[in-house]
Design a protein around this ligand. Structure first.
Ligand code: ATP
Length: 322
């Protein structure tokens, strides 16, 4: 391998820059050239390529977002779009790829890797932590710390005014952000898609919870079937008119900010491992960390939408809300 192309795709996540840095620096260490590709698959199709060297990634390890920018590309979902992308890679002499993103990114990479003879490996870059084949994804730790900082602040005002706060956190298909932050912020209840908590069960929890404490925090994952935080808030208001109930959507602040130490270390480890994996002939795999060891998971397994939640976590919330 002489020239590795690196890009970020799908939703951005804190720590993506640390991953880009690790790929560029380790490739340079092994005498391999690096081509940066801007705006994910869309930029690949449009030929947004530039040469990167060790200096291109100076002073970015601490920065959120991605210096390569990211995009969603409908064109890449078509065979013609992928053909255009391949032609651009050939034109720029790119002979291997490191894709940094989530399940959509890896689905695209898997299809591309079967159509064309270009080895692709992936790094798990998403705040959602919804990939198999790694204990944690790059960005998740930073995002959950941002959430608990925000909920701590909400708790101050909830406590002062005796209010019930329904706080919505990110996770379109997964309650993993809600699950951990619910425990860490001392929430009364967590509503996540995986547990099929219905509104009645939640209301029951609120009804039978502590009577002496009027301020309560409920953490809701945005993808929950119960209809999102506003819908839940509406029901809670109806059922408990004596509660002063408010809804707070944390939104995009969860995607930004300086990556945590854990995310920087994870990104650095898997970034180096990705370059080494390409040198060793790996392809069509996501590089993750399981039990503190580097792991290699075929894209089709990494993307399966059945990352299991630990049911004990929900029980912990119930026990500790007593
Ligand atoms: P996140 O989970 O953080 O949102 P993601 O990688 O899952 O990140 P997506 O928007 O789902 O984000 O996917 C990123 C890009 O991957 C898409 O815009 C598209 O270009 C490509 N992609 C997704 N699915 C496919 C597919 N079936 N075929 C080809 N390309 C795809």
């Amino acid at each position: 391998i002489k020239n590795i192309g690196v890009f970020t795709s799908g939703g951005d996540a804190p720590g993506m820059n640390a991953a880009i840095r690790a790929v560029v620096r380790s490739a340079t260490y092994y005498g391999i050239e690096v081509t940066g590709i801007r705006r994910g698959y869309e930029g690949m199709i449009n030929g947004e390529f530039f040469t990167m060297d060790r200096k291109s990634v100076s002073n970015i390890i601490q920065r959120g977002g991605t210096i390569l920018k990211t995009a969603r590309s409908e064109q890449f979902k078509t065979t013609e779009g992928r053909r255009l992308a391949y032609d651009q890679l050939k034109k720029h002499n790119v002979d291997a790829l490191v894709a940094i993103g989530g399940d959509g990114t890896f689905t695209g990479a898997r299809i591309f890797g079967t159509e064309y003879d270009i080895p692709v490996v992936g790094l798990p870059g998403t705040i959602d932590n919804d990939l198999l084949g790694t204990d944690f994804t790059i960005g998740y730790d930073t995002a959950i710390n941002t959430v608990i900082d925000a909920v701590d602040k909400i708790r101050d005002t909830a406590e002062s005014h005796d209010r019930v706060f329904i706080v919505e956190v990110m996770g379109r298909d997964s309650g993993l952000i809600a699950l951990r932050t619910g425990i860490a912020s001392g929430a009364e209840a967590i509503v996540i898609p995986e547990s099929k908590t219905n509104i009645d069960a939640l209301c029951e929890r609120l009804e039978h919870g502590r009577k002496d404490k009027l301020s309560k925090i409920v953490i809701v994952a945005e993808g929950d079937d119960a209809g999102g935080a506003f819908e839940i808030g509406r029901h809670v208001k109806e059922r408990f008119p004596h509660y002063d109930t408010r809804v707070s959507i944390l939104g995009h602040i969860q995607r930004g900010g300086r990556p945590s130490c854990q995310d920087r270390v994870l990104a650095s480890r898997v970034g180096v491992a990705a370059v080494e994996a390409l040198r060793d002939g790996h392809r069509n795999e996501m590089i993750g960390v399981i039990h503190n060891e580097i792991s290699y998971t075929p894209f089709e397994h990494a993307c399966k939408h059945n990352v299991e939640i630990n049911p004990n976590f929900l029980k912990i919330v119930e026990i500790l809300a007593i």
